[in-house]
Each structure stands twice: as structure tokens, then as C-alpha cells.
Write a protein of this length. Sequence first.
Length: 201
Amino acid sequence: MNPLGLYEPGTSVVHRIGVGWKIVALLLLAAATFAVVSPLWLAGMCGGVVVAYAVARVPLRRCGQAVRTIGPLVVVMFLLQWWLIGRDSAVVVCLRIFVALAAANLFTLTTRIDDIVTTIEHRLGPLCRFGVRPDRVGLMVGLTVQAVAGLSRVAGEVRDAQRARGASRSVVAFAVPFLVRTLRYADELGEALAARGVGDR
């Protein structure tokens, strides 16, 4: 099963938009989701993201993978937030999460990681004189994008194991293994970076 965040080749308008413009749009959308508090406006933003998937002509199988991966995460967060802060606030939080994750997934589906890293390194090049390391920033962004794919793969495997045990309706049976494997993934990534000397002066 292909996880989230893997590039899907295409020639749509969304694919052809420059990487820099996509990054700006993604950041603005993320900021807007936290500025908006109305469920109706957030639902409209969700609809806008869905329309963007259609414009990008993302295959239905990839859309289905996104739903199967993002859906359980949103459900878990909704139940947790409902318990902590109430139903209405939980709806707002989950709509924000859905918009952010779905938009980020669309960005990675329509943009090559190499193009993202190259663009960031090129745009931040003039900042070298101020001590900015464009290569490190590009690496960080590339790893962040890859983490979307890695964590979606973990979520899929945990969900499959959950169904095999007959506990598909249990929130705890999904949340606890997912958290443990996420921490393990972070440790393995840190060890791999350390082994390659990343961060050494």
C-alpha cells in the first residue's frame, strides 16, 4: 500500500504551479485554519481542499488512501477533544486538523521532494551571510515531508494489525501502538542522521 505523501505524476494546473507559490499557499492556509473559529468556514475550507484534489486529478485510489489514513486520526482526536473540551470545540479542532493534513498531503502528491529542497536552498541562498544554512533548512523540510509518508505508513500498519485482532472499534488499540511506533520512528530517524554526521560542527 502506498502511503500518504508520495509524489503522484501529473500535468494538472496544481502540478504545474511553482513550488514557492505552493509553499506560500500552504502556509497561508495553515495560518487561516487557526485564525478561523467558525465550523461553517472551516467546513468550506475542507470543501475547497476537496475541490483542489479534483482539479489536480488525484486518482481515486490515492484519495481513498488519504481518507483511510487521515480518517482514523481525526476520529481519535475528535473523541479525545470531546472528552477534554466539549463537542463543539472538538469539531473545530478536527476540521482544522483535516484541512491541514489534507492540504499538506495534496502538496506532497503534486510536488517532487527534490524540487522542494532545491527551491528552498535556492531561495534562502542570499541569507547565508546572516548565518542561515540553506542546506540544513532544505534537509529539514525534506525530512518533514518524508515524515508524512512515514507516519501514514505506520498508521496503516497499526490499523491492519488492529483489524486482525478484532479490535477495529477500539480507540486505545489504535492510539497506543501508533504513539509507540511514532516515537520509535523518531528515534530511528535521529540515529540515522547522527550516523551521517548531521548536526556535527
